[in-house]
Ligand binder design. Sequence first.
Ligand SMILES: [Zn+2]
Ligand SMILES: [Zn+2]
Length: 458
Amino acid sequence: MKAFRFILLLGLSWVGLASGHLIEDADYQAMKKKSSAQTGAPPKTAEPFLKFPEAVLLDWDEKYLYVGSDGLPDHPMMIGITAWQQQVPLPQSYYGENAWPIPLHPIPSANGMSAKTNFFRGAIAVAANGIPIFNPIKNDGRTDTYLAGELDDYGGHCGRADDYHYHVAPWHLAERLGPSLPLAYALDGYPIYGLSEPDGGSVTGLDSFHGHTNGLGEYHYHASKSYPYINGGFHGEVSVQGGGVDPQPNATPVRQATSPLPGAKITGFEMSADKKKYQLEYVQNGKNGSVNYEILNGGKVQFSFKNPDGTTSESNGKTGRKGGGGSRPPPPEGNQRQGGPRMEGDGQPRKPWIENHLTEMDGNRDGKLSQEEMMAEVNKTFTGYDADRNGQISQVEANGPGVRSAMAGFVKRHFAEVDKDANGAISLEELKALAMKMWEKYSWGEGSGSSQRPPPQN
Ligand SMILES: [Zn+2]
Ligand SMILES: [Zn+2]
């Protein structure tokens, strides 16, 4: 017990030293306090995470283990990426209320849920070093991030909030964990082991989620070097909201969404010991570019860009600012195609808007748009535009450089119609309400004679 408390304290002091204002927030303080007050032995689920005391802060109650981290691993990040969205790693506050909850007593679900058709938003597992692991298929529902060159040498990259995460198994952790401990835990509470059994034996009889039950009646997953890479879905119960496991932590964007930089390959990345200064280097068409950024006091992030064309620019990443990456290279032509046929002023499409954008939103490619797919699109669009995360899309945010989603152009062009209460900002409820109206109409008319009633709105 004493040894364990010591380990926790070590973890705390490291985080305390290494972090800036971005993570020493109320969530962090609360978790630190609760964690130090734990007196009982940590649950078994904590074992792999305890191997990374410098990276992970742990707390637990009867139901969950809470894994806290700043979202930044101690290995080189970003190097090796050949399909880059111009996002960079920044520390996150996965602490306290925003820590990763892992069920201590997983419950097998009746049918399970496949990650081939679900969970394109957010994480599906957490690695032993506290870094989230997302579905290897990204949120367009089709792209294998690993095969597409989107991942660095460690299987990770950064998301919309400049949040670093893996999309495949964190093999590099195996050395420290040994074969007897899992590499990660899935968010349903079952462990994910490597290529062999915990006792070193070979793996046989995996189900479609890449898991099986051992002789003791315990279920676990196995990671693999090709798809599904990690758990291929959930054997256990999880609750789903907006196309992702819910609840799970939020990452906080500090700037507007950025766009892909075609042909760029990331060649270098450095982070200072205090995690405040960063440099990313890349090559595009034989020319060098770099992004230097620094977290200043108060959490403001200062970016400076050296573009391959020789130009330089600066920008501040902080809430509610228009223009995102300042004078970064303009997004390539292909990404501006949000338009398609236009929606009519009264919300009644000439040809139903959903039909025109079906393929973009049809995550499981079954040729139909489910309510869940519609809601995933709403959430993606909303999160993309709501740069300062205040729960509203302001006019300024809507006129920002754009979000890559089918619905983004619609929101931009029809701001006033979506803003039903005309308060000058779009709430998530307003966007949902309009999307549901369109979806119900679509769903009733879809495949004429379909008796399928739309499920009730939530
Ligand atoms: Zn990702
Ligand atoms: Zn096994």
